[in-house]
Design a protein around this ligand. Structure first.
Ligand code: XLS
Ligand code: NI
Ligand code: NI
Length: 444
C-alpha cells in the first residue's frame, strides 16, 4: 500500500506478536497464517468487518448526536463521499487482516429520492467495491438490505399492514440479492428489523407471519432465478426495535421455517447479544441451531449484563467464547459462514485507533477461544463424560426406546417386574465447571 494514498496513515498493518506482546496494536493470539489441520487460522475463523458499525457508526444515541468524525466524511456529494469512505474501509480491512466484510445496501450507498435513483447509486458503489475486492483479495461474507431505517418501514417491511410497503421491500431485496451475487457474497442475511409488533391492538399476527413467509419464499425463488447459490440466513432477535420480533430466537425461527416449509433453504446467523436479550446464553443458541443442522454464521459481539438492549460491544470474554467455540467446532464449524464483528465503538471512543483496539481485542479473544476449544475437544473429557451419561440408551431397553421398539405397556411391565426404582446418578456440575475453568485459566 502506497503511503501517499493512505486514508488511515496513523496505523499500519497489525502484526502477530504472540501472547507476551504488550503492544496494544498487535495480535497476541490471532495469527492469520498459522496452520491448524492444514488450514490457516484466517481460513478457520473467517473474520468479517461489519460496514455499518465500523464505517457508518458515528456514536449517536437517543440522547445526543454523533461524536465520531472521520476525515474522509466530506466531499462534493453523497456518492463521492461513499466512494472515499469505501477506500478507507478496505484500507482498514487489510490492515486489520480480516478476509471478509458484510454490508446493508444503504450502508454503502446513499438512498436517493426514488428507488431508481437509490439503485443507480448502489450500482456505482458496488462497481467500486468489486474493484477493491479484486485488488485486495477481500471477500463478501454476506449482504443484506436495510428494511428498518427509512420511515416507510416504521410498521415493518414484509409484515407491514400496507401491501405497498411489502412491494417496496420486495423490490429492495431483489436489488440487494443482485448486488450480493455481483460481489460474490457467500451468504445473504435476513434480520427482521421491524418485522414484529408494538401492540396487538392493531396487529393481525397470523397474517403478518404468513406475509413474512411469503416474502422469504419470493427471495428463495428469485435467488434461484438469478443463480445466487449463497446460503440464506435468518438472524434471530427477540425485541428492539419492536417490542416483539417474529424471529425471536433460534427455536422460534426453526419452528417458523418448518411451519412454512422453508427449512431447507435457511440456516441461522446467531448474534451473541441477541441470544442474551432472548434470555439465553450464546452457547445455548448455537446448540439449538446445531441440533437442527441450521448453524450458519455468527454475529460476534456482546451485550452488557446491566443493560437491557443491544449494546453491540466487542467481546473479550474468553470463557463465554470458549463455550461457544466448543459447540461450533463440535458441530463441524460454520461452513460458508464466519464470524462477523457486528460490534461498535462506545460513544466516547472517538479515535481511529479505537477501531483497531476493538477489533484486535475481538479477534484475539476468538482466536484464543478457538485454541482452547480445540484442546478441550482433543482431550475429549467432556465428550466422554456426556457419552457415559447417556450410555443407558446404547443397549438393552434404552436402545429399544430410541429405536421405537417399545411403548408404555412394555416399559411399565419392565419397571414392575425387573427395574424397580432408578438410583440417583450425579450430574457432577461443579466438577465439570472446575474442569472447564482449568482449561480457560491455562489458556492456549
Ligand atoms: C441488529 C442486527 C443487524 C443485522 C443486520 O440488531 O444485528 O445489525 O446483523 O441487519
Ligand atoms: Ni447482527
Ligand atoms: Ni444486533
Amino acid at each position: 500500500m502506497k503511503k501517499t494514498k493512505q486514508l488511515i496513515p496513523s496505523v499500519g498493518t497489525v502484526a502477530y506478536e504472540g501472547p507476551k506482546s504488550e503492544n496494544p496494536l498487535a495480535f497476541k493470539h490471532y495469527n492469520p497464517d498459522e496452520l491448524f489441520d492444514g488450514k490457516t487460522m484466517a481460513e478457520h475463523m473467517r473474520f468479517s468487518i461489519a460496514y455499518w458499525h465500523s464505517f457508518r457508526g458515528v456514536g449517536s444515541d437517543p440522547f445526543g448526536p454523533g461524536t465520531i468524525v472521520r476525515p474522509w466524511e466530506s466531499g462534493k456529494d453523497a456518492v463521492s463521499v461513499a466512494l472515499k469512505r469505501m477506500d478507507a474501509a478496505f484500507e482498514f480491512f487489510q490492515k486489520i487482516r480480516a478476509p471478509f466484510w458484510c454490508f446493508h445496501d444503504r450502508d454503502i450507498a446513499p438512498e436517493g429520492k426514488s428507488l431508481a435513483e437509490s439503485n443507480r447509486n448502489l450500482d456505482k458503489i458496488v462497481a467500486h467495491a468489486k474493484q477493491l475486492q479484486k485488488a485486495t483479495g477481500m471477500k463478501l461474507l454476506w449482504g443484506t438490505a436495510n428494511l428498518f431505517s427509512n420511515p416507510r418501514f416504521m410498521c415493518g417491511a414484509s409484515t407491514n399492514p400496507d401491501a405497498h410497503v411489502f412491494a417496496y421491500a420486495a423490490a429492495q431485496v431483489k436489488k440487494a440479492l443482485e448486488v450480493t451475487l455481483e460481489l460474490g457474497g457467500e451468504n445473504y442475511v435476513f434480520w427482521g428489523g421491524r418485522e414484529g409488533y408494538d401492540t396487538l391492538l392493531n396487529t393481525d399476527l397470523g397474517r403478518e407471519q404468513d406475509h413474512l413467509a411469503t416474502f422469504l419464499q419470493m427471495a428463495v425463488d428469485y435467488a434461484k432465478a438469478i443463480g445466487f447459490k449463497g446460503q440464506f440466513l435468518i438472524e434471530p432477535k427477540p425485541k428492539e426495535p419492536t417490542k416483539h420480533q417474529y424471529d425471536f430466537d433460534c427455536a422460534t425461527c426453526i419452528g417458523f421455517l418448518g411451519t412454512y416449509g422453508l427449512s431447507k433453504h435457511f440456516k441461522l446467523n446467531i448474534e451473541t447479544n441477541h441470544a442474551t436479550l432472548a434470555g439465553h446464553s450464546f452457547q445455548h443458541e448455537i446448540e439449538v441451531a446445531a441440533a437442527a443442522s441450521m448453524l450458519g454464521s455468527i454475529d460476534a459481539n456482546s451485550g452488557d449484563m446491566l443493560l437491557g438492549w443491544d449494546t453491540d460491544q466487542f467481546n473479550t470474554d474468553t470463557r463465554e467464547l470458549t463455550l461457544a467455540m466448543v459447540s461450533i467446532l463440535r458441530a463441524g464449524g460454520l461452513g460458508s459462514g464466519g464470524f462477523n464483528f457486528d460490534a461498535k465503538l462506545r460513544r466516547a471512543s472517538t479515535d481511529i485507533d479505537d477501531l483497531f483496539y476493538a477489533h484486535v481485542g475481538g479477534f484475539d479473544a476468538y482466536a484464543l477461544a478457538f485454541k482452547i476449544a480445540r484442546r478441550i475437544l482433543a482431550d475429549g473429557k467432556f465428550d466422554e463424560y456426556v457419552a457415559n451419561r447417556y450410555a443407558s440408551y446404547d443397549s438393552g431397553f434404552g436402545a429399544d426406546i430410541e429405536s421405537g421398539k417399545v411403548g408404555f405397556k412394555e416399559l411399565e411391565k419392565l419397571v414392575l417386574t425387573k427395574l424397580g426404582e432408578p438410583k440417583p446418578k450425579s450430574g457432577h456440575q461443579e466438577y465439570l465447571e472446575n474442569l472447564f475453568a482449568q482449561y480457560v485459566n491455562n489458556g492456549a
